[in-house]
Design a protein around this ligand. Structure first.
Ligand code: ATP
Length: 261
């Protein structure tokens, strides 16, 4: 059984724009999947439908065998503990420390009161320390997040997702605000998480060359439709044109230059 399955998913905002148009695919445990496509293609909408931050207009999404659209609030909360998310702008609480932000990943498991009082078990704290160490943030553990670099902030975002013990991590443009060095560190961590921890990674990317380098599989989206779904080695120039339309010439030029370099 696939870990994630989308069947004929369509999303219309305000009954007009078809942000997703009859999208179907499934993803297995531990797969590293990149979603690529031009601006406005529907990549963020796709990720947000998976954890129901956005409601689908029609179709069905199941995660770990559970159809998410039909769940009550309580059961949705439980399902969301299995789905971590990281964002382009990190979504951290800047005035709190790294360890406090990371422990927020446990909030989905707690009553509101325990969450508000910041009550975490010793086991939860030990797990958070371990994950912070894996992400190389030991020295930053008690620093406020507004004192961190962008790359460090994104690593805190990943650590917060990991303490949820998720089966999937959704990554919405995780490197769009980072320089190339910090981007590489983040993508290397995401790859290790999928390969060593068996956690499925689904990542929206603007950079085709990064998708080619890291993914087991690439899904290309154009105007809400999946126009490519395959291995990086099968992504041809023609398919890049199908995905990016008029933007593809610049892209191909960039890719060509990089390959030449
Ligand atoms: N909240 C919203 N209300 C109305 N329309 C929306 C909303 N969010 C997205 N859209 C529209 O849905 C379409 C898909 O947007 P989406 O943000 O999913 O694309 P994207 O591929 O993630 O784009 P980008 O790469 O620029 O972030 C676009 O036409 C966008 O204008």
């Amino acid at each position: 059984m696939a870990l994630l399955e989308l069947k004929n998913v369509t999303k219309n905002y305000n009954n007009e724009c078809c942000a997703l148009d009859n999208v179907s695919f499934s993803v297995d445990k531990g797969e590293f999947v990149s979603i690529i496509g031009p601006s406005g293609a529907g990549k963020s909408t796709l990720l947000r439908c998976i954890n129901r931050m956005v409601e689908v207009s029609s179709g069905e999404i199941s995660v770990d065998g559970v159809i998410s659209s039909s769940l009550s609030k309580k059961r949705l909360r439980k399902l969301r503990t299995k789905i971590g998310m990281i964002f382009q702008h990190y979504n951290l609480v800047d005035r709190l420390t790294v360890i406090e932000n990371v422990l927020h990943g446990r909030l989905g498991y707690k009553s509101t009161l325990a969450g508000v009082l910041g009550r975490y078990s010793q086991e939860e704290k030990s797990q958070a320390y371990r994950i912070i160490e894996i992400l190389g943030l030991n020295e930053q553990m008690y620093k406020r997040c507004d004192q961190l670099s962008g790359g460090q902030k994104q690593r805190v975002g990943i650590a917060r997702a990991l303490v949820q013990n998720p089966k999937i991590i959704l990554c919405d443009e995780p490197i769009a605000s980072l320089d190339p060095n910090a981007s590489k560190v983040i993508m290397d961590h995401l790859r290790n998480i999928s390969k060593e921890m068996g956690i499925t990674i689904i990542v929206n990317l603007h950079q085709v060359e990064v998708a080619l380098k890291y993914s087991d599989r690439i899904i290309g989206v154009n105007r809400g439709k999946v126009v490519f779904d395959g291995a990086p080695c099968d992504l041809t120039t023609r398919q890049i044109r199908d995905i990016y339309g008029s933007e593809s010439e610049d892209l191909m030029f960039d890719l060509g230059e990089r390959h030449a370099g």
